[in-house]
Write a protein that binds this ligand. Structure first.
Ligand SMILES: Cc1cc2nc3c(=O)[nH]c(=O)nc-3n(C[C@H](O)[C@H](O)[C@H](O)COP(=O)(O)OP(=O)(O)OC[C@H]3O[C@@H](n4cnc5c(N)ncnc54)[C@H](O)[C@@H]3O)c2cc1C
Length: 493
């Protein structure tokens, strides 16, 4: 068969992965990326020698035991990038007394919890035994598992359903110990409303060394895949924004760029924002009731919406890599009352800051509307960013006395930063039970669109968010394209 061409809109991890697998299977591909460099949300920014990471905290597939590890090998991440496992997920501090440390070793965690709260042995036993059960189930890995592995995983279904329906905050009410009741809901990025299944899966998989950190973080990770793509012969055109997808007789035949020019190809794949792809680039002509329902329920809350990053001339390597810091009294930041700060000193990776110094990040949940209201006034927007940085620094000063004087760089990223750089604004509501169902069935919302031929979507908008999930989708989309073209799918060059 003659070489077929594919245009990929967006060089996020989903787009890069699609490009790599398509090149491996003999397609001629070009990725069109509106930003100055590839990576999308999987990115970091350099400021005066400090690296402020915008994405990766925990990477599924960092251990060879994970189903995703082979994908990292296909995409040139492994063995190029060493992976590091974490000993702890987070430390939840208190003003007076020992913190709650989420050790990733479950024996150590069990001992620690029982020593902190001896009266809560029964609940702790239930919690640890559930986490052990989840260490044997690669929950996210179901996305890339074969039918047999999915059927085998069905034995865990009752446990999955039980812990999908209860949040960390609700589960914590079962502890008698007041500190544990208070601290437990913060164990996953300080998201108390997270379903327990996420914590159990995190702990279970971290216990076997998964969900670690790739050396160099998000930038190095995205760059490794970009390098692999180019080595395989793929082309990336950066600073190239796609305005619309050209359709001829219900078949996608190319794209129209922001400068008015047109590019043609046999197949078009979009890795861009789902709403923008379906309703702007395609004018909403190819949808289903499920797609419309999903995009009808916007979600204003963005959990990791504000990143206050500081370059500090101070060695914080003796500190935990993630700290939940309770405030002595609530403080209103970006229009919301805050009781705690989520603080991350990135000292576990020497490449993140000059020697003896620290890239420190504080992440805050926020409302998308709060920021869109500031979109039209640059002065008010800048003033708000400045105010937030000052508030955060004041609060950090109490925990790290002298820090203010040691700060060399201040950087505040908001949902508007993310929107501008990646085209991603707010998300849409999707219940966790739908995610579990999708993992089991492999069904995705919009890998293809009803009635539109030679068109595919890839990435977090078409499936489940998370770097491994979108990389796996790239592989699956190319497998589907090969099937349609009656080619044998291959992962080897
Ligand atoms: C703060 C934060 C922390 C995270 N932490 C983790 C973590 O610890 N572990 C994990 O696995 N995942 C994490 N994630 C999620 C993960 O980063 C994303 O799910 C993943 O990177 C999404 O990749 P994607 O390819 O689907 O899309 P994107 O990264 O959104 O890529 C889409 C690309 O398309 C481009 N584009 C958009 N519109 C156009 C257009 N019109 N023309 C041309 N190009 C266009 C964009 O510029 C972008 O490069 C985190 C995300 C965030 C925001």
């Amino acid at each position: 068969m003659a070489e077929r061409s594919i245009l990929i809109i967006g060089a996020g991890i989903g787009g890069l992965s699609t490009g790599c697998y398509a090149q491996l299977n003999g397609y001629r591909t070009t990725i069109l990326e509106m930003h100055a460099r590839p990576g999308g949300l999987c990115t970091a920014w350099n400021r005066s020698g400090y690296v402020f990471d915008g994405s990766i905290h925990n990477l599924a597939g960092s251990t060879p035991q994970s189903a995703f590890h082979d994908i990292w090998r296909d995409l040139g991440v492994v063995p190029a990038i060493p992976m590091q496992a974490f000993d702890e997920l987070v430390r939840v501090e208190r003003a007076d007394g020992e913190p709650l440390t989420a050790y990733t070793n479950l024996d150590r965690l069990e001992q620690h919890l029982k020593q902190l709260a001896p009266a809560d042995t029964v609940v702790i036993d239930e919690f640890i035994s559930a986490a052990r059960a989840f260490s044997n189930l690669d929950l996210l890995g179901l996305a890339v598992a074969g039918p047999l592995a999915r059927i085998r995983a069905l034995r865990m279904l009752p446990l999955m359903l039980k812990y999908s329906r209860i949040t960390l905050e609700q589960f914590a009410q079962r502890f008698k110990d007041p500190f544990l009741r208070r601290a437990f809901p913060s164990l996953i990025y300080d998201w108390p409303q997270t379903p327990m299944i996420m914590l159990l899966s995190f702990l279970g998989r971290s216990h076997i060394g998964d969900l670690g950190w790739p050396a160099g973080g998000s930038n190095a990770f995205a760059h490794a895949i970009e390098r692999r793509y180019r080595e395989l012969g793929g082309t990336i055109r950066c600073q190239t924004r796609v305005e619309s997808i050209i359709v001829d007789g219900d078949t996608a035949v190319g794209v129209r760029l922001a400068d008015g020019s047109e590019l043609r190809a046999d197949i078009v794949v979009s890795n861009a924002n789902g709403h923008a792809t379906i309703f702007d680039m395609l004018g909403g002509r190819y949808t289903s009731a499920a797609i419309r329902r999903y995009y009808d329920t916007p979600q204003d809350r963005i959990e990791m919406g504000i990143h206050v990053s500081l370059g500090v001339a101070r060695d914080l390597s003796a500190e935990p890599h993630a700290i939940v810091l309770p405030l002595d009294r609530p403080v209103t930041i970006a229009g919301e009352e805050r009781q705690r700060l989520y603080v991350e000193p990135f000292c576990f990776d020497a490449s993140m800051a000059p020697g003896g110094k620290t890239a420190l990040k504080v992440m805050l949940a926020t409302s998308f509307k709060y920021w869109s209201a500031l979109q039209d006034s640059r002065d008010r927007y800048q003033a708000e960013k400045h105010r937030i940085a000052e508030q955060v620094i004041d609060l950090l000063e109490k925990r790290f006395p002298g820090l203010r004087q040691q700060i060399e760089v201040i950087d505040v990223a908001t949902p508007l930063t993310t929107l501008q750089i990646t085209g991603n604004g707010h998300g849409y509501h999707a219940p966790v039970t739908a995610m579990v169902r999708a993992l089991f069935t492999g069904r995705r919302l919009s890998q293809t669109l009803p009635g539109l031929h030679q068109f595919y979507m890839v990435g977090q908008w078409a499936g489940i968010s998370g770097i491994p999930m979108v990389a796996a989708m790239g592989r699956d989309v190319v497998r589907a394209i090969c099937r349609a073209d009656r080619r044998t799918f291959s992962t080897r060059s």
